[in-house]
Design a protein around this ligand. Structure first.
Ligand SMILES: NC(=O)C1=CN([C@@H]2O[C@H](COP(=O)(O)OP(=O)(O)OC[C@H]3O[C@@H](n4cnc5c(N)ncnc54)[C@H](O)[C@@H]3O)[C@@H](O)[C@H]2O)C=CC1
Ligand SMILES: CC(C)CC(=O)C(=O)O
Ligand SMILES: [Mg+2]
Length: 359
């Protein structure tokens, strides 16, 4: 059956990296001899400018009918003074909620050719291979009220979780750990937050059902330190929305650049949502220097989790590795004085390698 893929380019470098990823998808379909229907939708600041909403209903409807959604990134300084409910980021939170993709998988690995791109010592980075499972549709980013109160003299954000919301993402993390090295680190702030105390309770209760998985609990401040002092001690990390957001950007330095971090958001009855971990990078938007590999690796996750083509996913990952090992770098990955290529050239080199593998 024809697969339907909706691409949501968004703003800034989101449009640049998804243009390349779309080309990759077109070429892979031809190589596999399959027909995919590729459509696009508006989201973010551009959507707000055109329609008055950062998430038009037309976009939601397209996504709900798709097999998979690929998103670039949203946001930019020109929209920073908009009210919270129409900011570009509200569109992103909105599509995650409407697709009910509560489990955001963010794999973090080191790439042998890129160890020098990280400020950390290579011996520390040896064998880093972890996945952060971030709760994506609850917590502080969604809880109500979220408002200025007391005549503007005070402000409130709400960290709200139901037990069910915690259980479903923690179960995903346990299942994932079972399929990997059977180690689950739950990250919370149970020394001060009631929500974290419930989080910890749920993890402990569910651990009985997964006796082969070794569980430990780490407070988020300590976890932030351990991520860079002993990164290869982690297998699966499960944590709430905001902690996962922050820790995964921190983990980007293990891989060499945030331009190398893909993600898959799953769990709803509908399509999975695939996106690079990075944002719209207004500081480099329009210059043709964005690293497209996080988005290519997100396409690989899409092929594996939503489209059923694991061999094509393997090919993309192998091609990224091969091109890096040949010494090709985008600017974010290049050391000082090292030559680098732009978005399009990196894209072409990886796509050509994928062609060779799938031909
Ligand atoms: N998923 C999304 O749509 C996200 C959107 N944002 C939004 O993006 C805007 C910018 O946020 P920032 O905090 O600057 O985070 P950012 O991730 O956009 O950029 C942080 C730094 O990393 C660099 N960078 C990011 N992606 C890169 C890539 N593919 N290749 C090379 N360098 C890359 C940028 O140039 C910048 O120096 C804000 O409006 C923010 O709300 C931020 C994070 C995620
Ligand atoms: C709007 C933000 C929650 C986006 C972000 O930083 C992320 O999902 O990583
Ligand atoms: Mg983030």
């Amino acid at each position: 059956m024809t697969k339907r893929i909706v691409v949501l380019p968004g703003d800034g470098i989101g449009t640049e990296v998804t243009t390349e990823a779309r080309q990759l998808l077109v070429e892979i379909a031809a190589l596999l001899g399959v027909q995919w229907e590729l459509d696009e939708g508006l989201i973010g600041g551009g959507a707000y400018d055109q329609t008055g909403s950062p998430l038009p209903e037309e976009t939601v409807a397209k996504c709900l009918e798709a097999d998979a959604v690929l998103l670039g990134a949203v946001g930019g300084p020109q929209w920073d003074n908009l009210p919270g409910d129409v900011r570009p980021e509200a569109g992103l939170l909105g599509i995650r909620k409407r697709l009910n993709v509560f489990a955001n998988l963010r794999p973090i690995r080191t790439w042998p050719g890129l160890m020098l791109a990280s400020p950390l010592k290579p011996e520390l980075l040896e064998g880093v291979d972890m996945i952060i499972v971030r709760e994506l549709t609850g917590g502080l980013y969604f809880g109500q009220p979220k408002a200025r109160v007391e005549g503007g003299r005070a402000v409130v954000d709400t960290l709200y979780y139901t037990r069910g919301e915690i259980e479903r993402v923690v179960r995903r993390a346990f299942t994932l750990a079972q399929a990997r090295r059977k180690k689950l680190t739950s990250v919370d702030k149970a020394n001060v937050l009631e929500s974290s105390r419930m989080w910890r309770e749920v993890v402990n209760e569910l651990s009985v059902e997964y006796p082969d998985v070794v569980v430990d609990h780490v407070l988020v401040d300590n976890a932030a330190m351990q991520l860079v002092t002993r990164p290869n001690s982690f297998d699966v990390i499960v944590t709430e929305n905001m902690f996962g957001d922050i820790l995964s950007d921190e983990a980007a330095i293990l891989t060499g650049s945030i331009g190398m971090l893909p993600s898959a958001s799953i769990g709803g009855d509908g399509p999975g949502l695939y996106e690079p971990v990075h944002g719209s990078a207004p500081d480099i938007a329009g210059q043709g220097v964005a690293n497209p590999l996080a988005t290519f690796l997100s396409v690989a996750m899409m092929l594996r989790h939503s489209l059923g083509y694991p061999e094509a996913a393997d090919a993309i990952e192998a091609s990224v590795l091969a091109v890096i090992e040949q010494g090709v770098r985008t600017r974010d990955l290049a050391g000082s004085g090292q030559a680098w290529v732009g978005t399009k050239e990196m894209s072409q080199l990886v796509r050509a390698d994928v062609q060779r593998r799938l031909a």
